[in-house]
Design a protein around this ligand. Sequence first.
Ligand SMILES: [Zn+2]
Length: 511
Amino acid sequence: MNIVPKPLSISVLEGETLFSNSTEIVSPIDVIVKELNFLDYERGDDNKAIFQLAPTEYDYEIVINGDIRVVARTNEGLFHGAMTLKQLIFDGYFEGVATIKNCHIKDRPRFEYRSFMLDIVRHFFDKNAILKLIDILSLVKINNLHLHISDNQGYRLESEVFPELNEKANTRRSTRGDGIPVGGYLSKADVKEIVDYAGERFVNVVPEIDLPGHTLFMLVARPETGCTGEQFDLAERYGIDNRILCAGNEENYEIIDKLLGEITEMFPSKYFHIGGDEVPKTQWQKCEKCRAVVEREGFDNYEQLQGYFTNRVINILKRYDKIPIVWNEALYSDMLDDSAVCQYWSDGRGARAVREALKNGRKMFVSKNFPCYLDYPHGINPLKRAYRFEPMSCFDGVGEENILGIESPLWTEWVADEDKLHHQAFPRAIAFAETGWTRKEDKCYKDFVERLYNVLGILEAYEVGYEHPTKANPNIFKAFGQAVKFLIDMLDLGDRKAVRNALDAQKGRKK
Ligand SMILES: [Zn+2]
């Protein structure tokens, strides 16, 4: 049966059941009725689709046998059952009536955290684009949408506490000299609509304010938050920037407190991402206030200053009752607060730090850039490799019980419109959805692609584009061309400062 992600078990029974206009849907949550009414139905057999809270050892069970009965312990489980049924309806739909093979499905997820990330800074994607994504993410049982909302190129939320963020840090004038302004932000009403729509579909929206690197937006709005106090413009290139928040300015911690206070009120998710990646320490080394903290605290290096900064932000978040998430560079200080969940993305030093942290009991999400990054072209991260990625293979069995789940991030430096966004995201994000849900012994690429076409049909019905599976695994020549072009763009070799900063961010920077 064409269901993605593949359920734990399916027993096919004798006969078929119709789903039509004459099927009465009985559900404790309205969203299920809305979701199943996504096609135009004609009259069929008088029967029922009953969704019911009841004890079961699974996330949900479905029995289709004349009537359709979905049971689950939670409303979330009922919703997951409805998404499975939605795919079966689409697969069996013909001229207004869906014919579904009778069956008994039992299902539960492999990982509790199944996430997709969208960067709305490098290019802005508005409320409608995000709602459309939630339709597809929830269809394949992804339960977290991580939104990257601040960076060197802008700040993308309405702020009443710091209106200067919207006035000064919204629109960058140009990108690498193209003369095209890029701006936009989500109003508080937009965020509420997104969070409610996602919540109804059991998707948590996790905001990310990347700290202390990637913070030029704040220096633009409030120059006194930087080490030099200079007035800057938003970045018009993408590379790593060494203009970051001063770690020695006490007032900065009050500003962060107020900003996070405002954002945590907008997003009910228990998780809150505070970044921590790609932090060059050159300005900190030259800054009297930053040096004073290093002296006072007796630190040997500037990684520890980042650790100090991050732990102070974590203490703020604890007051707001949030669980912090950080990128793997935040481990380098060796003093990161135990409560922070680490998001593993980079090789080399990142991989070594992650292994060490896992051994010591750190909780972890996996989104290794190869092959989880969806902004990378298919020539670098082809669909087949994306699908075959086994998150546990990164750890040699060490600390695997601490892996909470996986994420596929979509950065948008080179993704300027929704069509490109859809082609980068799908179907690779659907492949990761299956890895997050389905037991590894039940996964098979060939079988996945056969089941995938049904889901891609639903994407078409929602007017969401995708890369055709045959094009999503380019041959070696095409792959090489795509990879070279992407690497040249990403390294931005014309921007020597960014290259220097990137190297600098890799170094620990001794005192
Ligand atoms: Zn400073």
